[in-house]
Design a protein around this ligand. Structure first.
Ligand code: SF4
Length: 441
């Protein structure tokens, strides 16, 4: 056992956040303690993201900064992992230019960290151990979660969709679903530990079960998790429209503990662009889904992802995107300017859109989205929602925040004792992205 200190810095999505919780759990099982900052850490781990170029550049910048720290602390160990390390070109750059890095590992061999640390301690040379997809799912990895009332939980890994702008299938491998028994064991353990909310993670949770012998569907899994005593809120991300079944809509409708919120990326409105993105659905099919979901679950909140400026996108194509936004009336959306990602098919496409045009369209998109989000929020005034209290508001330390089941951010007066509790909040006023209210009995 060691009494050294570790620090993990994480870039990217919830999948990476949860991987960092596993790395933290593994290190604590070896006796490590968490460091406050880089200066008093004996081991610094960067868990990297490859989805956007600027994320990659930020990581190189941060690795550069560690050179100074290593000069001050000769015993400092630096390890880099995550999606960026799955790319050979990146590993070669680090091997050549960033000698201050000691260990490089990937997204498929996090569980090997104890061995890697030991091998590095004995060799003292830069250790690079990155696995291509092993197809195997490693269970029972010690996990130190960031919160003690809400938890991320993987139900599957990898993606088979190969959207032409996305690097994930190349860094996270082929789709594989965890055994439902293992998932339910983990959910029951979390419930016993007092967790109230769980978020089921997968690149495309709707295709859960396809690699299982039992062929259990995502809807069936949700219904089983809904029966676990103690778990009051079940969230999941991310859903792919092509695999969103009626069965899943009915499960969300019928199950009390499944949050009435679905994140359903549509990315673009034009069928020409959807084809070039290899999204495997049409504008009409997406709108039919919107209509069906709202028909069955009128109180549901729907959020999405939208990419502006994909190669070959004309003004007419972009108008189709705005048309989907107007008709779908999203509660909120993650909006992205298309950025070239080396290694993806879209990076090689002709007719890349000039930045000026991308920014003009991006502004038009925000000008269309914001009033709709605000109108949707206005309909909550005077109503009372159950809210899981998460902590002090980032913008106003006299207020606390939490989220409704529909995933809306709420600000209200409270104190520390409320953190992790589900309270009733009556909404008095709203903004585009948040609600404000007071706790009521
Ligand atoms: S569904 Fe498409 S965008 Fe999502 S992770 Fe898979 S390839 Fe990427």
């Amino acid at each position: 056992m060691t009494n050294k200190r570790y620090l993990i810095e994480t870039w990217g999505c919830q999948m990476n956040e949860h991987d960092s919780e596993k790395i933290s759990g593994i290190l604590r099982s070896l006796g490590y303690k968490e460091a406050e900052n880089r200066n008093n850490a004996d081991l610094i781990i960067f868990n990297t993201c490859l989805v956007r170029e600027n994320a990659e550049l930020k990581v190189y910048g941060n690795i550069g900064e560690l050179k100074r720290l290593k000069r001050k602390n000769k015993d400092l160990t630096v390890a880099i992992c995550g999606c960026m390390m799955q790319k050979k070109e990146v590993r070669d750059v680090i091997r050549e230019k960033y000698k201050q890095v000691d260990i490089i590992f990937g997204t498929h061999n996090i569980h090997k960290l104890p061995e890697l640390l030991e091998n590095y301690r004995q060799s003292d040379n830069m250790l690079i151990d990155v696995w291509e997809d092993s197809g195997e799912i490693i269970e029972q990895i010690p996990t130190k979660r960031k919160y003690d009332y809400k938890a991320f939980l993987n139900i599957m890994y990898g993606c088979n969709n190969f959207c032409t702008y996305c690097i994930v299938p190349y860094t996270r491998g082929r789709e594989k679903s965890r055994n439902p028994e293992e998932i339910l064991k983990e959910v029951n353990r979390l419930a016993k530990e007092g967790f109230k909310e769980i978020t089921l993670l997968g690149q495309n949770v709707n295709s859960y079960g396809k690699t299982l012998n039992s062929k259990m569907t995502f809807a069936e899994l949700l219904r089983k998790i809904n029966e676990v005593d103690g778990i009051k809120r079940i969230r999941f991300m991310t859903s792919h429209p092509k695999d969103l079944s009626d069965e899943l809509i009915y499960a969300i409708r019928d199950c009390e503990n499944i949050c009435k919120h679905i994140h359903l990326p549509f990315q673009a409105g034009s069928n020409k662009i959807l084809k070039l993105m290899n999204r495997k659905y049409t504008k009409e099919q997406y709108l039919d889904l919107m209509y069906k979901i709202r028909q069955e679950i009128p109180e549901i909140a729907i959020t999405t992802d939208i990419i502006v400026g994909f190669p070959n996108e004309t003004e007419k194509d972009f108008e189709e995107t705005l048309d989907v936004v107007r008709k779908s009336r999203f509660d909120s959306a993650f909006t992205f300017l298309y950025s070239v990602r080396e290694g993806t098919p879209a990076a090689k496409m002709e007719n890349q859109i000039p930045d000026k045009v991308k920014h003009e369209r991006f502004q038009k998109l925000l000008d269309t989205l914001h009033p709709i989000s605000y109108e949707n929020n206005k309909r909550t005034i005077g109503k009372t929602f159950d809210v899981l209290v998460e902590g002090v508001s980032k913008n106003d330390d006299t207020m606390y925040t939490g989220r409704t089941g529909t995933n809306k951010l709420v600000h209200f007066k409270a104190n520390e004792e409320f953190i992790g509790k589900i309270v009733n909040v009556k909404i008095n006023s709203v903004k585009t992205w948040s609600l404000q209210g007071e706790i009521v009995d």
